[in-house]
Design a protein around this ligand. Structure first.
Ligand SMILES: NC(=O)C1=CN([C@@H]2O[C@H](COP(=O)(O)OP(=O)(O)OC[C@H]3O[C@@H](n4cnc5c(N)ncnc54)[C@H](OP(=O)(O)O)[C@@H]3O)[C@@H](O)[C@H]2O)C=CC1
Ligand SMILES: O=C(O)C1=N[C@H](C(=O)O)C[C@H](O)C1
Length: 249
């Protein structure tokens, strides 16, 4: 059974992850970790996250006990926070789902290194459809990429801190693996309350293909995160992506 620790339960994603865990059959919310001294430390997680009921688990700001008392950590916060969380996950040998974006290269490498000890899903986008889009991009890159001008346009709400989005960077990585010399521009737009849109444009002389994914709510990301944590329970160590979680070959 999944006994998950949610990092940042008051966050946009943190709240939804708590809700998804509450709705999942074989899962329990083992804990919720807030920043040191946050005013909601000690509150019941169910009430904080809008479940409309107490679940008997209090928000804590003690990472040691929080990580020790779970079997998987789900973290959608900030790069600096996630790097701290990673250290505790390694110390207590716990599975880790990291959905945070905006990492520097050196920070990403720390996750790779840690995956020699613990199982990690590292994913800039946990939705099922986006992970199928990655597969479609491989196909297009192989078959028409050489002749196409390729651009990625991503749009998010005005509160999103990082740009380009983690998803658009992953998309470019997928394309560059097949077309290392190709210039793929990313165009980032921040505004209003758009949850998440990614459009990949393949421009050929005389024709154009536009592939667009819209997340209409953030629920798809939260459900993907819980599925990733469940996936990790049978793994001892290793670096996984959502393609592994969804079985996309
Ligand atoms: N992989 C994916 O599919 C997706 C990834 N994301 C990524 O997830 C990340 C979070 O996004 P979002 O939920 O919108 O951000 P929010 O700003 O809404 O939430 C971040 C949370 O982190 C908490 N936090 C800050 N410091 C600490 C700390 N030291 N310990 C514990 N918690 C801490 C904050 O707490 P407090 O509220 O107290 O300030 C806040 O609640 C971003 O990087 C975003 O890009 C988002 C959606 C999908
Ligand atoms: O709203 C966000 O923040 C999101 N972040 C991820 C990203 O950076 O790609 C995934 C999704 O686009 C939502």
């Amino acid at each position: 059974m999944l006994e998950a620790l949610v990092i940042g339960p008051r966050g946009k994603m943190g709240r939804l992850i708590v809700k998804s865990l509450d709705a999942a059959k074989n899962a329990r919310i083992a804990g919720a970790l807030a920043p040191k001294g946050a005013e909601y430390v000690g509150k019941d997680v169910g009430l904080l996250c809008g479940l409309g009921k107490e679940i008997g688990v209090k928000v804590t700001d003690d990472p040691e006990s929080a990580v020790r008392d779970c079997n998987a950590v789900i973290d959608f916060t900030f790069p600096e926070v996630s790097i701290e969380v990673l250290k505790y996950a390694v110390k207590y040998k716990k599975a880790l789902v990291c959905g945070t974006t905006g990492f520097k290269k050196e920070q990403r490498e720390e996750f790779l290194k840690a995956s020699e000890v613990i199982p990690i899903v590292f994913a800039g986008n946990t939705s099922i459809l986006i992970n199928h889009v990655y597969r479609i991009l491989e196909y297009l890159a192989k078959n028409v990429g050489e002749f196409a001008d390729i651009d990625i346009v991503e749009m998010h709400d005005r509160y999103k801190k990082d740009a380009p989005s983690g998803t658009s960077l992953e998309m470019r990585e997928v394309l560059k693996r097949i077309l290392p010399e190709k210039n793929v521009n990313i165009h980032s737009i921040r505004g209003g309350d758009v949850p998440s849109t990614h459009r990949i444009i393949f421009n050929l002389p005389g024709e154009r293909l536009e592939l667009t994914h819209h997340a209409t709510t953030f629920q798809c990301f939260a459900e993907g995160a819980v599925r990733a944590a469940e996936f990790l329970l049978s793994k001892e160590k290793g670096f996984y992506t959502m393609k592994d979680v969804y079985g996309i070959s």
